[in-house]
Design a binder for this molecule. Structure first.
Ligand code: ADP
Length: 213
C-alpha cells in the first residue's frame, strides 16, 4: 500500500537522487529540464517528509526511508496525552445498573472502576454489562466490581507513550480502550492513577486530522 501520494515529478526526483545523489538542486533541475525555482516546492515536501536529506554545499541525498517509515515516525512522535479523552469512572460498589446509566449518559463503551483514592481497580465494557444482564441477577443490586475485569489484568497506557505503541496494544489485546495512567507510590505500593482514556475513536480522529480534514 502506498501511504503517501507522491506526484509523478516527486517520484522522478526521488529516482534521480537515489541514482545520482548527493546532487545539488541545480543539477536535479537540469535533469528535469525545469527551473530551480519550479523545483523548490517539491524538494521542500520531500525533505520535510524525510525521504530526502539536504546538506549545505553537498546537496540532496536519499535517506533510505520509505513512506511507510515516515508514517511510523509521525505516529511514533505523537503522545497519548495529545489525543486522549476524559476518563469516565465509577466506584467498585456502584451497581451494574448505575454503571450502565453512566455509560449511556457519558456516551462511552468502557467504564473505569476506581478506588476511593482514585486508583484503578478494574474496568467494565459493554459486553461485560450484557453478560451481567443476561446472568439473571438483579443488576440493581449487583456491584460492578463483580463483573469487571480486574487489576492486574488491565492493559494500560501512559500519557507520554506514543500513539503508535498504544494502538498496537489495542490491536494485540483486542480491546477497545485503555486507561491512561500515572504510576504513583501509595503506602509503599505502586498504584495507577487514572488520568485519561485512550480509545479507537481517538485514533480515528487523529487519522482524519493528519489528513488535514
Ligand atoms: P466489548 O465489550 O465492546 O467487546 P472490549 O473488546 O474492549 O469491548 O472488551 C472485551 C473484554 O476485554 C471485556 O471483558 C473487557 O472487560 C476486557 N477489556 C477491555 N479493555 C481492557 C483493557 N484495557 N485491559 C484488560 N481488559 C480489557
Amino acid at each position: 500500500m502506498n501511504y503517501i501520494e507522491l506526484t509523478k515529478r516527486q517520484e522522478k526526483i526521488l529516482e534521480i537522487v537515489r541514482n545520482h545523489g548527493p546532487i545539488t538542486g541545480e543539477e536535479i533541475a537540469q535533469k528535469l529540464n525545469i527551473s530551480r525555482a519550479a523545483l523548490r516546492p517539491d524538494l521542500a515536501i520531500l525533505t520535510m517528509a524525510g525521504l530526502l536529506g539536504a546538506r549545505p554545499r553537498v546537496g540532496y541525498y536519499y535517506t533510505g526511508r520509505e513512506p511507510r517509515d515516515v508514517i511510523a515516525g509521525v505516529l511514533g512522535n505523537i503522545r497519548v496525552q495529545e489525543v486522549q479523552s476524559r476518563p469516565i469512572v465509577v466506584r467498585e460498589t456502584s451497581t451494574v445498573y448505575d454503571a450502565i446509566v453512566t455509560m449511556f449518559i457519558e456516551d462511552v463503551g468502557t467504564i473505569f472502576v476506581v478506588s476511593e483514592e482514585g486508583f484503578l481497580e478494574g474496568l467494565a465494557s459493554r459486553k461485560d454489562m450484557l453478560k451481567a444482564t443476561m446472568g439473571g441477577k438483579d443488576i440493581n443490586k449487583l456491584p460492578v466490581g463483580v463483573v469487571m475485569t480486574r487489576m492486574p489484568n488491565i492493559i494500560v497506557t501512559y500519557p507520554d507513550e506514543s500513539v503508535l505503541r498504544a494502538a498496537e496494544k489495542l490491536i494485540h489485546h483486542q480491546v477497545d480502550s485503555l486507561p491512561v495512567v500515572e504510576t504513583v507510590l501509595h503506602e509503599g505500593r505502586e498504584k495507577y492513577r487514572v488520568v485519561g482514556r485512550f480509545t479507537k475513536t481517538n485514533i480515528t480522529r487523529l487519522f482524519v486530522s493528519l489528513a488535514g480534514k
